[in-house]
Design a protein around this ligand. Structure first.
Ligand code: CMC
Length: 431
């Protein structure tokens, strides 16, 4: 990993230190500061990890300048166009595209793990009826640790494998049941003759009183949304999963932590926030008012679905999502969708505005996904749970990679302390 011809020199307090430099297969070089504190007695300071690699990984690569996203080397637009979600899951988990026999076996395994322990229903029923589905997801996924004891020993590779399959297989059932509970309808059990996306749609929209036919167009669009969200290297929720699991915590607890992190509006919650924003804007003529608010330093309002920590050119997922939104609305015969019209006009006006151009702010994956999900019949509260179910494979793949790494150690950042220095306790009557 280290290129012996490359090193960095750092001068601290007049002393010079030679730091090793690692070269990745693609992307910028990385200065290794692991021994810096021991040698020089200083820390580095990087809130938000804007310049810090927290691990090495072989799963996903992003080039933010080029707008490129690769899973195990394969570009996301090729995977979204030619592959399907479970094949991408296999690729992320095992590193290579599966042979036909391996894919069949993997799909069978995932399909056979989709049911939830029957007693988990009681757990759902403990939530208030109006609970947000993300609140239910955080709780139920964490509670899996109490239901599946035989796959919580992280030191056993076989248990890790079973936990991975369980999480990927059960997450659609967990998300669909969170929705059903939220709207007061009976839970619908999974069906093994349906593919992953169709099964999810049926568990969300079927009722026991009548047959439900899965629309293949919607199933394909759903599968593409899953694929586009499958992994995104060391984002906030993935880093949360890695940090939680660095202590040796069980996989279900760690994924629950990832779901909690994803919920925030700066991360996975942006798809819900974006659709709510498009509804609030309401019509094309009101766009300038919102653009002005987004530019105003004294107004906390931001254009939701715009901007990204890594992408500084365009988000390749947003491109596919925009095309998908057009296709789905067209195929469903929804003409003149006001939110799509506002979204397209907002994108155009923002991209022509020097503020967004200078700060390299472009639509991200969440900008168009809500429009598709709403057209499919999902309420905004289900957008982030769908993101969580899609991202589960990414979290699990990164977790497995980390646990299998012999260099894995507990994550423990340092700090720049700016508080009081040591002082003596003052008795209450003397304060
Ligand atoms: N609208 C208006 N201004 C923005 C926006 C926005 N959406 N995003 C960033 N800026 C400005 C920001 O005010 C700052 O300006 P200045 O340098 O003058 O202070 C500059 O651009 C850089 O922003 P930052 O917050 O320092 O950048 P970041 O890398 O820390 O944040 C982000 C990235 C995604 C959190 C942010 O762009 C944002 O809040 N976007 C809206 C929420 C959103 O769509 N999130 C989904 C991200 S993609 C899917 C996912 O990760 O789950």
């Amino acid at each position: 990993m280290t290129d012996s011809n490359k090193s960095a020199t750092l001068t601290v307090h007049g002393e010079t230190y030679e730091l090793p430099v690692h070269s990745p297969t693609v992307g910028p070089d990385v200065i290794d500061i692991r021994k810096l504190y021991g040698q020089a007695g200083v820390f580095t300071y990087d809130p938000g990890f804007t310049s810090t690699a927290s691990c090495d990984s072989t799963i996903t690569y992003i080039d933010g300048e080029k707008g490129e996203l690769l899973h195990r080397g394969y570009p996301i637009d090729q995977l979204a166009g030619k592959s399907h979600f479970l094949e991408v899951c296999y690729l992320l988990l095992y590193g290579e595209l599966p042979a036909a026999k391996d894919l069949e076996e993997f799909e069978t395994t995932i399909t056979r793990h989709t049911m939830l322990h029957e007693q988990m229903q009681y757990f759902y029923r403990g939530f208030r009826r109006d609970a947000h589905p993300m609140a239910i997801m955080v709780g139920v996924v964490g509670a899996m640790s109490a239901f599946y004891h035989d796959s919580t020993d992280v030191s056993d590779p076989q248990q890790r494998e079973i936990a991975s399959h369980r999480l990927i297989a059960k997450m659609p059932t967990i998300a669909a049941w969170a929705y059903k509970y939220h709207i007061g309808q009976p839970f619908i059990y999974p069906r093994n003759d349906l593919d992953y996306a169709s099964n999810f749609l049926r568990m969300c929209f079927a009722v026991p009183a009548e047959e439900y036919e899965v629309n293949p167009i919607l199933s394909r669009a759903m599968d593409r949304i899953f694929t586009l969200h499958a992994d995104h290297e060391q984002n906030a929720s993935t880093s949360t999963v890695r940090l939680a699991s660095s202590s040796g915590a069980n996989p279900f607890a760690c994924i629950a932590a990832g779901i909690a992190c994803l919920w925030g509006p700066a991360h996975g919650g942006a798809n819900q926030a974006c659709l709510e924003m498009l509804a609030e804007i309401g019509s094309v003529d009101r766009i300038p008012e919102f653009i002005d608010r987004a530019k105003d330093k004294d107004d906390p309002f931001r254009l939701m679905g715009f901007g990204h920590r890594v992408y500084k050119n365009f988000d390749p997922r947003a491109k596919v999502m925009k095309q998908s939104a057009d296709e789905v609305l067209d195929l469903l015969g929804i003409e003149d969708n006001p939110k799509l019209q506002v979204a397209k006009a907002l994108e155009k006006q923002a991209l022509e505005d020097p503020y967004f151009a200078e700060k390299k702010l472009f639509p991200n994956v969440d900008f168009y996904s809500g429009i598709i999900l709403e057209a499919m019949g999902f309420p905004t509260s289900m957008f982030t749970p769908i993101f969580a179910l899609s991202r589960t494979v990414g979290w699990v793949s990164q977790w497995k990679e980390m646990i299998a790494d012999p260099q894995n150690k507990i994550g423990r950042p340092r700090q720049l302390y700016l508080g009081e220095t040591a002082r003596d306790y003052v008795d209450i009557e003397n304060r």
